[in-house]
Ligand binder design. Structure first.
Ligand code: GLP
Length: 258
C-alpha cells in the first residue's frame, strides 16, 4: 500500500485528479469506480476544471458507483446516482448510459445483477474510495465480510448521523443501502482512497496500520496489491509511520508513477 501524506487538501485533490486523468489519457475507454460523499468532491471539481481547460475527453469512459440508498424515490437529489451525475459525470461528459449504480428497483436480485454488469464491462480499472469515520468502505459497515459481494446492508446509527447533513432531517436518511462488497472492491485494478480532516484520522490509522479485520472494513486495502492512500495532514495525524511515508513520497523516483 502506498500511503501519501500531502501538505494540504488541495494537494490531495490535485494528485487524485492526476491519477484519474492519466489513466483516462492512456486508456480512453477505461472503467472508473466512483465514490460519493464529500471526500472526493475537491478532486472531482479539479477534474472538471481540467476537462474544461484542455483535459482529456471522457466520452468513452464507463463508470460504476460503489453504493446506493434503498428507499429514496428514483431521481431523489440525494440518491447517489443523482449526486454523481450532478457532481461529476455530467460536467465531465461521461454519457449517462455509461454511468451505473446498484439499482434498488431490482431487489432482491440487485446485487448479483450489479456484479454481472461490472463483469460484463471487464471490471473496474481504478476505484476511487472514501472512508467512513467508523472505518466503513462504500457502505460496508464494521462486521462486513472481507469477501462480501454487492448486497443490501443496514446502516449503523453512526453512519446515518454522519450522512444526515445531506438530508433535511436525520430521520430522512435511509436505513438500507445497496453496496459493492469488500470482495467486489478488491477486484478493481487500482484502489485510490482519499481521506481529509481530523474526523478520519483514527479510521485511517486503523485501516492502514491496524490488523486486517472486518471490524475495520477499510483495512481490506492491505490485501490489495495496488492501493494508494492520499491524506491531508489532519487525516494523517494518527499514523505511527507517517514520517516514513512522507520520506518515501519525497524520494519517489520520477519514473515510478502511481
Ligand atoms: C459514505 C459513503 C462512502 C463514503 C463515506 C465517507 O457513507 N457511502 O462511499 O466514502 O461514507 O463519506 P465522506 O467522504 O462524506 O466523509
Amino acid at each position: 500500500m502506498e500511503v501519501v501524506p500531502l501538505g494540504d487538501a488541495d494537494a490531495v485533490a490535485a494528485l487524485a485528479a492526476d491519477i484519474v486523468e492519466s489513466l483516462v489519457r492512456i486508456r480512453p475507454g477505461c472503467v472508473l469506480g466512483l465514490a460519493t460523499g464529500s471526500s472526493p468532491v475537491p478532486a472531482y471539481r479539479e477534474l472538471i476544471r481540467r476537462r474544461d481547460t484542455g483535459g482529456p475527453s471522457y466520452d468513452a469512459v464507463t463508470a460504476f458507483l460503489l453504493d446506493e440508498y434503498v428507499g429514496l424515490a428514483p431521481g431523489h437529489p440525494q440518491s447517489y446516482r443523482a449526486t454523481i451525475a450532478r457532481e461529476l459525470t455530467d460536467p465531465l461528459g461521461i454519457p449517462p448510459g455509461r454511468v451505473h449504480g446498484p439499482d434498488p428497483e431490482l431487489l432482491p436480485d440487485a446485487g448479483p445483477a450489479y456484479e454481472e454488469l461490472i463483469r460484463a464491462a471487464g471490471g473496474v480499472d481504478l476505484q476511487v474510495l472514501g472512508i467512513g469515520s467508523d472505518g466503513h468502505l462504500a457502505f460496508n459497515e464494521p462486521g462486513s465480510s472481507l469477501a462480501s459481494r454487492t448486497r443490501i446492508k443496514t446502516l449503523t446509527e453512526q453512519t446515518r448521523s454522519d450522512n444526515a447533513r445531506f438530508f433535511e432531517s436525520a430521520d430522512e436518511v435511509p436505513r438500507h443501502v445497496l453496496t459493492q462488497g469488500l470482495g467486489t472492491i478488491l477486484e478493481a485494478g487500482h484502489l485510490l482512497l482519499i481521506a481529509t480532516g481530523e474526523v478520519k484520522a483514527a479510521a485511517v490509522a486503523a485501516a492502514v496500520e491496524g490488523p486486517v479485520t472486518a471490524s475495520c472494513p477499510a483495512s481490506v486495502l492491505q490485501l490489495h496489491p495496488h492501493a494508494t492512500v492520499l491524506l491531508d495532514p489532519a487525516a494523517a495525524t494518527s499514523l505511527a509511520r507517517r514520517d516514513h511515508s512522507r520520506d518515501v513520497h519525497a524520494a519517489k523516483p520520477e519514473w515510478q508513477g502511481y
